[in-house]
Design a protein. Structure first.
Length: 455
């Protein structure tokens, strides 16, 4: 068998290209039938559990079968194989794919090669060593020659090493069997994940439409035909990290006006199920409808913090009475609203955590352009080496045409006491005061308070 390795220069870098002949250099053996439709459960943190039925083919005179068509990012330690009948597994061996040309050169040591260099120079002999910068070739006369990898155009080999160009699971059963043996295969794999994408379209000051989709990404190195796709909101605890994710590629859209997914509780998580078959192609992202648009009640909230101006928040009670009342998986929320001419425009985005039914959803939308907060320290008096008194002034201006209420949050430390204040204060927590300050349209209000702090 002849294999060729070309080294092509691009932008002063070398790109390694293997010929198609090399792809045939696989280990011998009997292979399982192609995968049947798989039962796939995808979690929201780059993890999936896959179950499928494979038929192992044991040729006459061989005790080994091989399963291909497996994800590149499979968790090998999680593989479970249950053959039918009385046969039991004597040996399972995992062979990862070896597509890299550098790996091919490394395993070619001790084999005869023909190396073409720049300037039409050719060196033939046995490859005795290789690293990222040099090749070492022993010629027919016994002389050892070093060749710079940067000067190599092509490497040809009459007897290339066998490489695994895709992941392979090798199985040996006992007692020895022949013919076809059905087996149930299950495993955990990285490269499959899903996220929720929520949309809020404001239709009034206190009304909006909420909808949700999910994006399912397959970067596992394998495509799946799934009769009933299951998505789990929540992240099971695992020991050790998952494999590094692959790059996202193409986008496939699978959306309808009605919801594609149904929801139910599962252990301490929530399970969303696609009630129709789906195909998850490798390096593709698909979109499915989770919640069709529905009217919800929103409460605008304006929040002023030191040095941050005035921020707009939208609060929604996740309850049926407010238009929702469903478990909301963690994900991004994009907010849109109409301009003065009625044209819908993007106005901000934020993220929410997993939100059970009945909880309050608070969305940080962005800065409020027509509301101004100016803070300054008017006085600072040292009472003792462990006690200090400060007077703070916050000027609030409302340039809107409607009245608003601004919640002002102020930091405090240690044991503190409000000596005097123009507006009532509440304790948000041990280190934060809150003041609710109403402002009429086009007016200014000054919040002034004096706080005594002991350290």
């Amino acid at each position: 068998m002849l294999a060729t390795l070309r080294l092509v220069r691009e932008n002063r870098m070398l790109r390694l290209v293997c010929s198609a002949v090399l792809l045939a250099a696989l280990a011998p053996g009997s292979f399982a039938e192609p995968a049947s439709p798989a039962r796939v459960t995808i979690y929201s943190g780059d993890l999936a559990w896959v179950r499928e039925t494979r038929t192992l083919e044991f040729a006459a005179g061989r005790d080994t079968a091989r399963i291909t068509g497996l994800p590149e990012r499979i968790d090998v330690s999680s593989i479970r194989l249950a053959p039918s009948g009385k046969a039991r597994i004597r040996r399972l061996a995992w062979m990862a794919a070896e597509p890299q040309a550098d790996r091919w050169i490394e395993r070619a040591r001790g084999r005869r090669v023909r190396v073409s260099l720049r300037g039409d120079r050719v060196v033939e002999g046995v490859l005795t060593g290789a690293d990222a910068a040099w090749l070492m070739v022993r010629g027919d006369d016994g002389a050892l020659e070093t060749l710079a990898r940067s000067a190599v155009d092509q490497i040809r080999m009459a007897d290339p090493p066998r490489l695994t160009t895709e992941p392979v699971l090798e199985i040996v059963l006992e007692p020895g069997v022949s013919g076809r043996v059905p087996a149930e295969l299950s495993y955990l794999t990285g490269g499959l994940s899903w996220t929720a994408e929520h949309t809020l379209v404001r239709t009034g000051e206190k009304t909006a439409r909420w909808s949700s989709i999910v994006t399912v990404e397959n970067a596992s190195g394998r495509s799946f035909d799934v009769p009933r796709l299951a998505l789990v909101a929540g992240q099971p605890h695992r020991v050790g990290g998952a494999p590094m994710p692959l790059m996202r590629a193409g986008l496939g859209v699978a959306m309808e006006a009605k919801a594609d997914l149904t929801e139910q509780s599962f252990s301490e998580y929530h399970l969303y199920t696609l009630d129709r078959p789906a195909r998850l192609d490798d390096h593709e992202t698909q979109l499915f409808t989770m919640l069709e648009p529905r009217a919800v009640e929103v409460t605008p909230r304006y929040l002023a913090r030191p040095g941050a101006g005035v921020a707009l928040q939208l609060q929604i009670r996740n309850a049926r009475a407010a238009g929702l009342g469903v478990p909301l998986p963690a994900g991004r929320v994009r907010v849109y609203e109409a301009d003065g001419g009625g044209e819908e425009r993007f106005s901000g985005e934020t993220a929410i955590a997993h939100t059970p039914e009945g909880e309050l959803v608070t969305l940080d939308v962005g800065a409020a352009f027509d509301l101004v907060a100016e803070r300054r320290e008017v006085a600072n008096r040292v009472i003792s080496d462990r006690e200090r008194e400060s007077q703070i002034e916050v000027r609030l201006r409302n340039r809107k045409t409607v009245p608003v209420t601004i919640v002002v949050e102020e930091p405090v430390a240690g044991d503190h006491e409000i000596v005097r204040s123009t507006h009532p204060a509440t304790e948000k927590d041990a280190n934060t005061l809150q003041f609710s300050v109403p402002l009429a349209a086009g007016k200014e209000t000054v919040l002034t308070y004096t706080v005594r702090q002991r350290f």
